[in-house]
Design a protein around this ligand. Sequence first.
Ligand SMILES: Cc1cc2nc3c(=O)[nH]c(=O)nc-3n(C[C@H](O)[C@H](O)[C@H](O)COP(=O)(O)O)c2cc1C
Length: 158
Amino acid sequence: MAAGSHEEQATAGPAQDERLGYCLYRSMARPGLDRGEIDQILEKARRSNRMLSLTGCLHYENGMFFQWLEGPRLRLFRLLDALHQDDRHLNMTVLDQGSLEKRLFEGWEMRFSDRAAASLFDWLADWGSRADDVEAYAERVAVFLQSIRQDDRYRLGE
Ligand SMILES: Cc1cc2nc3c(=O)[nH]c(=O)nc-3n(C[C@H](O)[C@H](O)[C@H](O)COP(=O)(O)O)c2cc1C
């Protein structure tokens, strides 16, 4: 094969749906959603994510979900559609999304944390975070989620 065509392939990159993307969103748990239901969500999510090569992290605190999802973009978009229609949470607000060079949660089918692991709200308060500065807010939420990803208590499959 000519060197030129190699180059062309390299710059074209992987197929559209295989490119990595991420999405960070926040939502409100349906009132009355209990820990058993959250465990059920996690169990199914982990199984499905493993098959679809999606990874990420879910944090639950004060009745709110914060989820970082990453993986092949097409599969990610499909999951986001399903999430939008899931009545176990409300007011789904995308805080940030885009493409990704490298996964932040490699190996995590869905990392879970809650207030017992670390408090996002305390973290945001410490930063003096303003809810109306969405960009800075999203960045701080993302940094928080990454800061607790090393907590192996919730790592599965080991
Ligand atoms: C807070 C929350 C997080 C979820 N995270 C995931 C996830 O990471 N992966 C997943 O497959 N489903 C997840 N789900 C479940 C999806 O919303 C949906 O029920 C599931 O993808 C099945 O969709 P389907 O019935 O359209 O196939 C989550 C649901 C909630 C409420």
